[in-house]
Ligand binder design. Sequence first.
Ligand SMILES: C[C@@](CO)(OP(=O)(O)O)[C@H](O)COP(=O)(O)OP(=O)(O)OC[C@H]1O[C@@H](n2ccc(N)nc2=O)[C@H](O)[C@@H]1O
Ligand SMILES: Nc1ncnc2c1ncn2[C@@H]1O[C@H](COP(=O)(O)OP(=O)(O)O)[C@@H](O)[C@H]1O
Length: 312
Amino acid sequence: MKITAKAWAKTNLHLGVGPARDDGFHELMTVFQTIDLFDTVTLTTLDEELVEEGSVVKQLSVTGARGVPEDASNLAWRAVDALVKRRAEKTPLPAVSLHIAKGIPVAGGMAGGSADAAATLRAVDAWIGPFGEDTLLEVAAELGSDVPFCLLGGTMRGTGRGEQLVDMLTRGKLHWVVAAMAHGLSTPEVFKKHDELNPESHMDISDLSAALLTGNTAEVGQWLHNDLTSAALSLRPELRSVLQEGIRSGAHAGIVSGSGPTTVFLCESEHKAQDVKEALIDAGQVYAAYTATGPAASTADQRGAHILTVSQ
Ligand SMILES: C[C@@](CO)(OP(=O)(O)O)[C@H](O)COP(=O)(O)OP(=O)(O)OC[C@H]1O[C@@H](n2ccc(N)nc2=O)[C@H](O)[C@@H]1O
Ligand SMILES: Nc1ncnc2c1ncn2[C@@H]1O[C@H](COP(=O)(O)OP(=O)(O)O)[C@@H](O)[C@H]1O
């Protein structure tokens, strides 16, 4: 059996970071949105080999990016193990291989690993499920704070450590430029730097929520905000001039995506986004730039991680 699932990248239209909790995570007030860069994960059963104990994953390969682990530390591998453990029956299963085709910048604040975990949960669910949406969401939250959102997609408010999700109403599509850097940033390091710098927390999303309802891009642009900006800029001072170049070349607003170092720019139209992308590439500071729209999908069954193909 061969199952391919797809999951979108995310950005945070608002990322308010509250105090660190006893478990080390920070209380968040965030607005997630999918944007239409994506990874796919293909799970293939290796029917000649049955596994009675330990992981059913025997191989993992990655194309489209460097620096992604190809062992049991990969979030997609961990997602298979975590969901297989939830089976009521403990009968042996065929071994599987995983292949990840990356289109989402790695360690870029765009939830690439979380997207792969979410796509893998959908693939395993199609293989040996159904487990039910509640179990999938529970396992997703065990795997990482961003994984539940990657499973559901769309535009959602995230609280707690980001795993408590509520749908948000939005109108129309937003046009984005995504500027990726050659080297990623570690999320825990960015939160650590944030704690050292201790900037003011912004936990009010009412203006952004109202702007999203109008569908007016300039207004949405006015309320984009990320509390991790000072930490990301302190670790990567060159992001300041990338942000300036995006605005100079015509974007309404630019922000660091999540923990960075990817930056995202909100533009009035697809045409304007193309101009901003070219200006960013010409300025020579970014590794790659893409145009994208958010929220990513136009049909309900594709808004989060979803199955693309199943073959016997
Ligand atoms: C910052 C955000 C914003 O959406 O995304 P990225 O920019 O990484 O994509 C997320 O909060 C990242 O989520 P995710 O990447 O799933 O993080 P996790 O694996 O759960 O946690 C990794 C580490 O990040 C820190 N962390 C994460 C979430 C949170 N609410 N508080 C934290 O302090 C902790 O140091 C934790 O050990
Ligand atoms: N499937 C995966 N794709 C990308 N990175 C992964 C994956 N599994 C584990 N990782 C590890 O997670 C780190 C963070 O990657 P990623 O999820 O892309 O970034 P972010 O947390 O900034 O959104 C990477 O440096 C890599 O070591």
